[in-house]
Design a binder for this molecule. Structure first.
Ligand code: UDP
Length: 373
């Protein structure tokens, strides 16, 4: 008999939720991660009393009450509302696309005027049924906004022309004919006070975790420790890339501690022109402290510039490139995964899906329900 019921590969959100839930129904679980820490890409680390999102900005948002109640069992959330600012060659615009953005771009004042402007630009572009990100973007917000706020940013972020990217990526962003800079259409939104690492630590409370443990380098031996394996790493890496490599985008961060209390006045500023080499700058302190909270007297600030690049072996994969070619290859890996009876594949990398945090948690909770009934 194996020592554990489940070996969970990856201590990110998917793995940690699975570990918690399986433990709570009486299973014996071992969690391993190849990194020296838990929490996967939501990992936060304290620098100068500021929680730094080491693998990029994570703002928890959801419409799923069950998921919201779930995460609140492990952390207290602040009332953060994400409102990134776009910087296009020094011109500042509100995001997501809303009446403030339309007013600044075109001088329009009413929703009717904004709608007419978008319609006019859409008509000029003659798009009936959008087939790619460019056509989808122009259909939603018109050519001017596409050119200043979407094209450059997207091409830096994805390293591909907008005409070759799937339309769904831009549909993540709301378009509103109201004055509302809230980036997410989500009933519930916030950041765990004290950081995500603390939240995941609480999820994993009482569960055996081994960090710096690379499953793929020791698959056979580690696999023998448990009856079942839950694998949350890249699905193509699991199969040693034998059907080919799935494409991912990676991100590099340049993090600096600055000797000033306020660098950019906002958590996220997106650089939407093509020339600036970074996509955005995150000023971490604004995630945790409301700008108006008294006592926010930290004299320093921590910023991260994000640079996007094509993933290559040795890099961290962040974003699956869900275009047709990659999705087709993923389907083949998925078929192969179905034949691995002992292994469950899950999470952003295991399912090759541009999942948000809440969707990852919902998927893990669903999976636990299936396997423990
Ligand atoms: N996007 C854009 N301009 C912006 C912000 C986003 O064109 O200022 C596009 C870009 O293609 C990006 C997509 O919208 O990949 C989704 O943005 P989101 O903020 O959801 O990306 P994430 O936070 O997951 O990196």
């Amino acid at each position: 008999m194996a020592q554990y019921d489940y070996l969970i590969v990856g201590a990110g959100l998917y793995g940690s939720v699975m570990a918690r839930e399986l433990t709570d129904v009486g299973k014996k679980v071992l969690v391993i991660d190849k990194r020296p820490h838990i929490a996967g890409n939501v990992y936060t680390e304290e620098i100068e009393k500021i929680q730094v999102h080491k693998y990029g900005a994570h703002i928890f948002h959801t419409n799923n009450k069950q998921v919201w109640d779930y995460v609140n069992k492990f952390a207290e959330f602040n009332r953060f509302t994400n409102s990134p600012v776009a910087n296009y060659k020094g011109e500042l615009y509100s995001l997501p696309f809303n009446m403030y953005t339309f007013n600044k771009m075109w001088g329009v004042v009413t929703p009717k005027e904004a709608m007419e402007k978008i319609e006019e630009q859409k008509k000029e572009a003659d798009i009936k049924e959008p087939h790619n990100l460019e056509e989808q973007a122009i259909s939603l917000v018109g050519k001017d906004i596409y050119e200043k706020l979407i094209k450059g940013y997207t091409e830096k972020q994805w390293g591909r022309p907008c005409t070759e990217l799937p339309a769904f990526i831009i549909k993540r962003l709301p378009v509103r004919l109201t004055f509302d800079n809230n980036y997410f259409n989500a009933l519930y939104q916030g950041i765990p006070i004290g950081g995500y690492t603390k939240m995941v630590e609480k999820m994993l409370d009482g569960i055996e975790v081994r960090v710096k443990t690379d499953y793929l380098k020791n698959k056979q031996k580690l696999g023998e420790l448990a009856d079942k394996v839950i694998y949350t790493g890249p699905i193509d890496a699991y199969f040693d890339y034998k059907l080919g490599t799935l494409q991912y985008r990676s991100v590099r961060f340049e993090t600096e501690v600055l000797d000033m209390p306020n660098y950019q006045g906002n958590a996220a500023v997106n650089y939407t022109d093509r020339e600036t080499p970074w996509t955005r700058i995150i000023e971490h302190k604004w995630f945790e402290f409301g700008k108006d909270i008294e006592g926010n007297d930290i004299p320093k600030t921590v910023i991260s510039r994000e640079y996007s690049s094509e993933w290559k072996p040795g890099d961290e994969p962040y974003y699956p490139v869900n275009d047709e070619k990659n999705n087709n290859l993923y389907e083949k890996y998925h078929d192969l995964a179905e034949t691995e009876k002992k292994v469950i594949f899950g999470g952003r990398l295991g399912e090759y899906k541009y999942y948000d945090m809440d969707a990852v948690i919902a998927a893990a909770l669903d999976k636990v329900n299936i396997i423990s009934t």
